[in-house]
Design a protein around this ligand. Structure first.
Ligand code: ZN
Ligand code: ZN
Length: 145
Protein backbone atom coordinates (compact mmCIF):
# COMPACT_ATOMS: atom_id res chain seq x y z
CA UNK A 1 0.00 0.00 0.00
CA UNK A 2 0.99 3.62 -0.48
CA UNK A 3 1.68 5.97 2.40
CA UNK A 4 2.14 9.70 2.13
CA UNK A 5 2.82 12.82 4.13
CA UNK A 6 0.23 15.50 4.80
CA UNK A 7 0.91 17.47 1.62
CA UNK A 8 1.58 14.44 -0.58
CA UNK A 9 5.11 15.47 -1.56
CA UNK A 10 6.55 12.32 -0.02
CA UNK A 11 5.11 8.97 -1.01
CA UNK A 12 6.32 5.49 -0.17
CA UNK A 13 5.18 1.99 -0.93
CA UNK A 14 5.13 -0.58 1.85
CA UNK A 15 4.55 -4.31 1.45
CA UNK A 16 1.45 -5.69 3.19
CA UNK A 17 -1.73 -4.09 4.49
CA UNK A 18 -1.79 -5.47 8.02
CA UNK A 19 0.68 -4.48 10.71
CA UNK A 20 1.41 -5.00 14.35
CA UNK A 21 2.25 -1.60 15.74
CA UNK A 22 3.50 -0.03 18.96
CA UNK A 23 2.90 3.26 20.66
CA UNK A 24 5.84 4.98 22.35
CA UNK A 25 4.99 7.41 25.12
CA UNK A 26 8.45 8.90 25.66
CA UNK A 27 8.94 12.65 25.73
CA UNK A 28 10.69 12.66 22.34
CA UNK A 29 7.92 10.77 20.54
CA UNK A 30 5.35 13.10 22.11
CA UNK A 31 7.11 16.15 20.76
CA UNK A 32 7.75 14.54 17.40
CA UNK A 33 4.09 13.57 16.97
CA UNK A 34 2.57 16.50 18.81
CA UNK A 35 0.31 14.13 20.69
CA UNK A 36 0.33 11.44 23.39
CA UNK A 37 2.53 8.99 21.53
CA UNK A 38 3.51 7.89 18.11
CA UNK A 39 1.91 4.84 16.47
CA UNK A 40 4.60 3.05 14.56
CA UNK A 41 5.93 -0.15 13.22
CA UNK A 42 9.31 -1.40 12.10
CA UNK A 43 9.81 -3.20 8.81
CA UNK A 44 12.75 -4.58 6.91
CA UNK A 45 14.23 -2.03 4.53
CA UNK A 46 13.42 -4.39 1.64
CA UNK A 47 9.70 -3.92 2.44
CA UNK A 48 9.63 -0.16 1.91
CA UNK A 49 10.44 1.96 -1.12
CA UNK A 50 10.14 5.70 -1.49
CA UNK A 51 8.06 6.50 -4.58
CA UNK A 52 8.66 10.24 -4.63
CA UNK A 53 9.72 13.18 -2.56
CA UNK A 54 13.12 11.96 -1.34
CA UNK A 55 14.47 15.46 -1.91
CA UNK A 56 11.73 16.91 0.34
CA UNK A 57 12.84 14.89 3.36
CA UNK A 58 14.79 16.59 6.12
CA UNK A 59 16.41 14.78 8.99
CA UNK A 60 16.95 15.74 12.59
CA UNK A 61 19.17 13.49 14.67
CA UNK A 62 19.62 13.96 18.40
CA UNK A 63 23.04 13.20 19.86
CA UNK A 64 21.52 10.12 21.53
CA UNK A 65 20.69 8.70 18.10
CA UNK A 66 16.96 9.51 18.12
CA UNK A 67 16.15 10.42 14.55
CA UNK A 68 13.20 12.20 13.04
CA UNK A 69 12.78 12.46 9.29
CA UNK A 70 10.04 14.77 8.11
CA UNK A 71 8.63 16.41 5.00
CA UNK A 72 10.23 19.83 4.70
CA UNK A 73 7.06 21.13 3.03
CA UNK A 74 4.34 20.05 5.51
CA UNK A 75 6.24 18.77 8.55
CA UNK A 76 4.76 15.25 8.62
CA UNK A 77 7.07 12.64 10.09
CA UNK A 78 8.05 10.14 7.39
CA UNK A 79 9.70 6.70 7.58
CA UNK A 80 13.35 6.79 8.56
CA UNK A 81 16.10 4.19 8.57
CA UNK A 82 16.71 2.78 12.03
CA UNK A 83 20.33 3.50 12.88
CA UNK A 84 22.57 1.43 10.60
CA UNK A 85 20.24 -1.54 10.81
CA UNK A 86 18.45 -2.86 7.77
CA UNK A 87 15.15 -1.53 9.12
CA UNK A 88 12.74 1.33 8.65
CA UNK A 89 10.71 3.00 11.37
CA UNK A 90 7.27 3.73 9.91
CA UNK A 91 4.64 6.10 11.38
CA UNK A 92 1.46 4.20 10.52
CA UNK A 93 -0.73 7.31 10.49
CA UNK A 94 0.71 7.97 7.02
CA UNK A 95 -0.98 4.83 5.69
CA UNK A 96 -4.52 4.78 4.28
CA UNK A 97 -7.45 4.30 6.64
CA UNK A 98 -7.94 0.80 5.24
CA UNK A 99 -4.74 -0.39 6.93
CA UNK A 100 -5.32 -3.06 9.55
CA UNK A 101 -3.20 -2.24 12.56
CA UNK A 102 -3.06 -3.90 15.96
CA UNK A 103 -1.29 -2.28 18.89
CA UNK A 104 0.89 -5.00 20.44
CA UNK A 105 3.04 -2.90 22.77
CA UNK A 106 3.13 0.36 24.67
CA UNK A 107 6.62 1.72 25.27
CA UNK A 108 7.83 4.15 27.92
CA UNK A 109 4.61 3.94 29.91
CA UNK A 110 6.39 5.62 32.83
CA UNK A 111 5.78 8.91 31.01
CA UNK A 112 2.34 8.12 29.57
CA UNK A 113 0.00 11.10 29.22
CA UNK A 114 -2.73 11.13 31.83
CA UNK A 115 -5.41 11.37 29.18
CA UNK A 116 -4.16 8.47 27.05
CA UNK A 117 -6.23 5.35 27.66
CA UNK A 118 -4.51 2.02 27.18
CA UNK A 119 -6.46 -1.18 26.57
CA UNK A 120 -5.83 -4.30 28.61
CA UNK A 121 -4.12 -7.32 27.11
CA UNK A 122 -1.45 -5.25 25.42
CA UNK A 123 2.17 -5.49 26.51
CA UNK A 124 3.40 -2.48 28.44
CA UNK A 125 7.03 -1.53 28.97
CA UNK A 126 8.14 1.14 31.43
CA UNK A 127 11.06 1.87 29.14
CA UNK A 128 12.16 0.78 25.66
CA UNK A 129 12.41 -3.01 25.33
CA UNK A 130 15.25 -4.71 23.49
CA UNK A 131 14.93 -4.13 19.77
CA UNK A 132 14.97 -7.86 19.08
CA UNK A 133 11.98 -8.42 21.37
CA UNK A 134 10.09 -5.52 19.83
CA UNK A 135 10.80 -6.82 16.34
CA UNK A 136 9.47 -10.25 17.33
CA UNK A 137 6.30 -8.73 18.74
CA UNK A 138 5.76 -6.63 15.62
CA UNK A 139 6.26 -9.74 13.53
CA UNK A 140 3.59 -11.47 15.61
CA UNK A 141 5.85 -14.20 16.86
CA UNK A 142 6.09 -13.38 20.52
CA UNK A 143 4.10 -13.44 23.69
CA UNK A 144 1.91 -10.64 24.90
CA UNK A 145 2.85 -9.31 28.31
ZN1 ZN B 1 4.57 16.83 2.99
ZN1 ZN C 1 9.56 7.24 22.06
Amino acid sequence: MIGSCLCGSVEFEIDGDEFNIYQCHCSLCKKQSGTTSNSSTIVGSDSLRFVKGNDSIKSWIKDTGFRSDFCSNCGSPVPNPLRDLDLYWVPVGLLPASVKATVVAHLCTSTISTWHLVGSGVAKFQDVPALELLKQMLAGRSCRG
